[in-house]
Design a protein. Structure first.
Length: 243
């Protein structure tokens, strides 16, 4: 694992954007796996800025997102499709039909997940997968549990994840309790993985995930087994990680 220590969130975002930009330049028709949440916002802002300066061309890029809330339509402001459209896609020259998010409105969970796996395979797999890190070690919505889930699957969100996501909703009762998410096996098939982490609140889980035992109780720990992982984190997030 390659660990890049950034001074703060701004540098973390810049260094991660550098890696994504390099992937696009080296392979203009690459497949990017993308993530939502507050952590990648700085990365996306920098990619947009580079596009506006004429440094990046997204016209041949395809994207697949990690997850989507079950039961939220794309036009809902809290859906991950809405997030990606408004935080990135509408600001660059990517083709909308080259951007993929699990269909949260498909009531048949097995069908929704099978369809998403077929989309990823049809694209030839993921060249570079961007990940954040949950407080309980989840990546995507792969929560701590007895096993590492292999493929895209429906998931019941843990109480800690629901509480963490409540800040985006007016009331706790509005937070979805289920989602469709790429499985650990799907994530591990990405040729490269880039994980970004910021803040002192993540210091303990960073240490457990990347220097502790590999266990499904800390889903991100499986990344220790991948041959090409880069962790970009600020000093606060790396405070408990022995280097």
């Amino acid at each position: 694992m390659n660990i890049i220590r950034a001074k703060d969130y701004e540098e973390m975002s810049r260094r991660a954007a550098d890696i994504l930009a390099a992937q696009i330049i080296l392979k203009p028709d690459c497949v990017l796996g993308l993530a939502t949440g507050s952590t990648p916002l700085g990365v996306y802002a920098r990619l947009i800025d580079r596009y506006n300066r004429g440094d990046l061309d997204f016209s041949r890029v395809s994207t697949v997102n990690l997850d989507e809330y079950r039961g939220l339509p794309a036009e809902n402001e809290q859906s991950y499709r809405y997030f990606m459209d408004h935080r990135l896609f509408r600001h660059i020259n990517i083709r909308q039909d080259h951007t993929f998010v699990p269909d949260g409105m498909e009531p048949d969970g097995a069908l929704a997940c099978q369809t998403y796996e077929e989309i990823i395979r049809g694209l030839g797999g993921i060249d570079l997968q961007l990940l954040g890190l949950g407080n309980n070690g989840h990546i995507g919505f792969n929560e701590p549990g007895p096993i590492f889930e292999k493929e895209t699957h429906p998931v019941d969100l843990s109480e800690s994840t629901i509480q963490a996501n409540a800040r985006f909703f007016e009331q706790i009762g509005q937070v979805p309790t289920q989602a469709y998410t790429m499985g650990i096996g799907t994530i591990l098939k990405a040729r490269k993985i880039l994980i970004i982490v910021s803040g002192s609140g993540k210091a303990d889980i960073v240490a457990r995930a990347f220097r502790g035992p590999v266990t499904p109780q800390v889903p991100a720990s499986i990344l220790q087994m991948h041959p090409d992982v880069t962790l970009v984190a600020d000093e606060e997030a790396l405070a408990d990680l022995p280097l």
